[in-house]
Write a protein that binds this ligand. Structure first.
Ligand SMILES: [Zn+2]
Length: 405
């Protein structure tokens, strides 16, 4: 990529595209380095002050250390209703690290080059949040027939951790939104389902022996490989026999072993081996039932292992869980989403989001946001100005449906 020209010459206002209402807010949010390992409070405080300037109070829910916070804020309807039938606009505030990535621009400066904006979080996913916030003056000027809520979370990128407290707070206060729109990058396609994910670490404890005396040892690497091979067999079974949902780019449940570590030297029967694996499952597949198959397979090895050495065994530690969800496209929020992006089609995606957590808290949820997941987490993360304009058009049509005038 060529070095960008001076920024003033590149503002979208000067480009052929329609000026972006949200541009200033996008610039602001990108400028906050909210890498997940660091505090997000500077961004949260800025958004809180922005909302306060319009007379809107925010509720913050913090992590255990008080270093990070979720923000939840409500614009009540004209009749004072702040609790029932509202629409939640949801985004996570954190971004993945830029460490070691070859960026051609400053990742924390939203930089327009040609028809694209570059910056960490322009796609995943500050632009959606910025666009929603940019409509606050319009929501207030036109008045609302139903509440609009803003939900900004921390620690999404490290396992959808922060939003649990935000959702618990919504429940505690008795709020009953009609639905939630999560602005993760879908190319502004309406998404009504995503896969779930469940991951484990398997630890095989064998017994060391000189490699000329293998019957006196228990080879942890070989037993681990048997289990990994079983997982590969499951993966083939799902690929060849389903179940299937062809609305997904990968239309079956997948199984994957991501890391494996074991052994110390070729002439030692290895005592320890551990590997991490995950299921990315269709919402109708139960990951615990799939895991039970793995556990049962592993258990077959244990008597033989113990007959050589009693302190051997196989253990599984759960690493992470994110449920899948599927609204089947027939919820009120899905109907609203279809109206707002002017299409009848609904998609499904293989990546996980906070949507399933809202969904499981009885808040029907759709995913629709600018940019594409393929650009997320990459160096030179980008989003096209066209996608940002489409996000604004979506938000304007939403305003037409929730505003009183
Ligand atoms: Zn994201």
């Amino acid at each position: 990529m060529n070095a960008p020209a001076p920024r003033d010459a590149l503002r979208p206002e000067d480009a052929a595209t329609r000026p972006l209402l949200a541009w200033d807010l996008i610039e602001r949010l990108i400028a906050f380095d909210t890498t997940s390992r660091d505090s997000n409070l500077v961004l949260i405080d800025w958004v809180r002050a922005y909302l306060k300037s319009y007379g809107i109070d925010s509720t913050l829910t913090f992590d255990d250390d008080g270093r990070k916070a979720n923000l939840f804020a409500t614009i009540p309807a004209d009749d004072g209703n702040a609790t029932t039938g509202g629409i939640v606009l949801s985004g996570h505030t954190d971004v993945v690290p830029v460490d070691g990535q070859p960026w051609d621009t400053n990742p924390f400066v939203a930089t327009v080059v040609g028809d694209k904006v570059y910056g960490r979080g322009v796609t995943d996913m500050k632009s959606f949040s910025a666009t929603g916030l940019a409509f606050v003056p319009e929501f207030l000027r036109r008045g609302l027939r139903r509440p609009v809520h803003f939900a900004l979370s921390y620690d999404e990128e490290v396992g959808c951790i922060g939003v649990h407290r935000l959702i618990a707070d919504i429940a505690r206060r008795g709020l009953k939104p009609t639905g939630c729109i999560v602005g993760e990058p879908t190319g502004m396609q309406l998404v009504v389902a995503h896969k779930g994910k469940k991951a484990w670490r398997c630890r095989v404890r064998g017994h060391e022996a000189h490699s000329s005396l293998t019957p006196q040892g228990v080879n942890a690497v070989e037993i681990a490989c048997e289990i990994v091979g079983f997982l590969t067999g499951m993966a083939r079974r799902f690929r060849d026999q389903g179940g299937y949902d062809h609305a997904y780019d990968v239309p079956f449940t997948t199984v994957h072993t991501g890391t494996i570590r074991g052994g110390t030297a070729l002439n030692i029967v290895p005592r320890d081996c551990q590997f991490d694996f995950e299921f990315r499952h269709l919402p109708f597949d139960d990951p615990d039932r799939l895991f039970a198959e793995v556990e049962a397979f592993a258990a077959r090895f244990v008597p033989g292992m113990r007959s050589v050495a009693p302190d051997t065994g196989i253990e599984f530690d759960p690493l992470s869980t994110l449920p899948g969800f599927d609204t089947h496209g027939d919820s009120e929020i899905a109907a609203l989403g279809r109206e707002c992006n002017g299409t009848e089609t609904c998609g499904k995606v293989s990546f996980g989001t906070e949507a399933s957590l809202f969904h499981n808290a009885a808040i029907p949820t759709i995913i629709c946001g600018p940019g594409h997941i393929a650009q997320a987490h990459q160096p030179n993360e980008w989003v096209t100005l066209d996608q940002l304009a489409r996000c604004e058009a979506f938000m304007r049509r939403l305003a037409d449906r929730v505003c009183a005038s």
